[in-house]
Ligand binder design. Structure first.
Ligand SMILES: *Cc1c(COP(=O)(O)O)cnc(C)c1O
Length: 343
């Protein structure tokens, strides 16, 4: 099969924010340990904007849309350690657009992790107190209306970029990965990716279904139980699929449902709460491959990925790839004592 799904969604408005393709590296030492000699990592932590990470891909489409609509200020929302917030701040710098971040928390006395990056990048932060995500969205919309009344053109990035438009980033990542697999003649039949709100995994699954079923996608949930993530992903896949059909005239070759398996076995007690496995993985992965993970997303996903290999669910004779989604900055909110207690 050749991948020529027309230049990776060229008909969508898009801005160039990253360095593509991201590296696809072999993981030799982990492979040796697990007796699996075809293990790879796709380095979406090295996307070349700000601190790097998966949201760079979503932002290329979302900010492409914003620019087409003539936006002069971008609003998005998240917790203090939102990777989307920092990457949006960085992207806005690159594009010369103002960035306004709405945090559902109190203003911290001592900014740490991503909050430091947001300050360096010059984003404006508004703190609306410890409210839920719905309330946070209302506050953001209120600010947007005020800006609009003052003659500005605000553009809102909703839902942590887990929207159909945001999911396009990982549709194009699926095409990119498949081109790398083909041009390097690699035997990769399994791909693991993290699922929180599901935008990233939905894009990858839809992209894979648009290609047929060249590899299977293993989605490791780090926020919601499987049925909830499944429902979120179904909606996102349907929405993204519709706009791709409209704009590019492409349709999935295989049902997206068939190319994925979702696991909630590695979620533990919930979002951002480390598990025994994720803590151990953070250390072992760093000390085996020299690649850094954090405790919210990536150490849980890698822990799950390696466990699937150990259990033979990903068999030793079928190549496999983990997609590193970045997010390292949040690690710098932990004290050394906390971190070492995980070791
Ligand atoms: C946002 C994020 C994810 C998850 O993305 P969803 O699209 O919400 O599932 C994964 N890893 C990192 C580092 C992130 O910042």
């Amino acid at each position: 099969m050749t991948c020529n799904r027309r230049g990776y969604l060229d008909n969508f408005p898009r801005v160039n924010l990253g360095i593509w393709p991201t590296p696809l590296q072999r993981m030799g030492r982990i492979g040796q340990q697990l007796n699996h000699h075809n293990l790879f990592i796709k380095r979406d932590d090295l996307t070349g904007l700000g601190q790097g990470g998966n949201k760079t891909r979503s932002l290329e489409f979302l900010l492409g849309d914003a620019r087409k609509r003539g936006a002069d200020v971008i609003l998005t929302a998240g917790g203090l350690q939102s990777n989307l917030c920092s990457l949006t701040a960085a992207a806005c710098c690159k594009l010369g657009i103002e960035c306004l971040l709405v945090h559902n928390d109190d203003k911290p006395d001592n900014p740490e992790g991503n909050m430091i990056l947001n300050r360096i990048l010059g984003a404006k932060s508004v703190f609306v107190g410890k409210v839920d995500e719905q309330q946070r969205t209302c506050e953001m919309e209120k600010i947007a209306r005020e800006l609009q009344a003052g003659g500005r053109k605000p553009y809102i990035i909703y839902n942590g970029a887990s929207t159909p438009m945001g999911a396009l980033g990982y549709v194009s990542a699926a095409f990119e990965l498949f081109n790398q697999i083909q041009s390097q003649e690699l035997d990769i039949r399994h791909v693991a990716i993290v699922g929180a709100m599901g935008g990233t995994a939905s894009g990858l699954v839809l992209g894979t279904a648009l290609l047929g079923h060249p590899y299977h996608v293993h989605v490791i949930s780090v926020e919601y139980p499987k049925p909830v993530l499944h429902r979120l992903m179904d909606q996102l896949i349907e929405g993204a699929s519709r706009i791709i059909q409209e704009v590019e005239g492409l349709e999935p070759i295989t049902s997206p449902e068939d190319v994925m398996t979702i696991y909630d076995d590695y979620l533990g007690e919930g979002y951002a709460i480390p598990t025994q496995l994720s803590r151990r993985t953070l250390y072992e992965f760093a000390r085996t491959e020299g690649i850094l993970l954090e405790h919210v997303y990536t150490s849980k996903c890698v822990g799950g990925f390696l466990d699937l290999i150990q259990k033979g669910i990903i068999p030793p004779d079928e190549g496999a790839c983990y997609i590193h989604t970045g997010g390292l900055a949040s690690i710098f909110t932990s004290t050394i004592d906390t971190l070492l207690s995980w070791c």
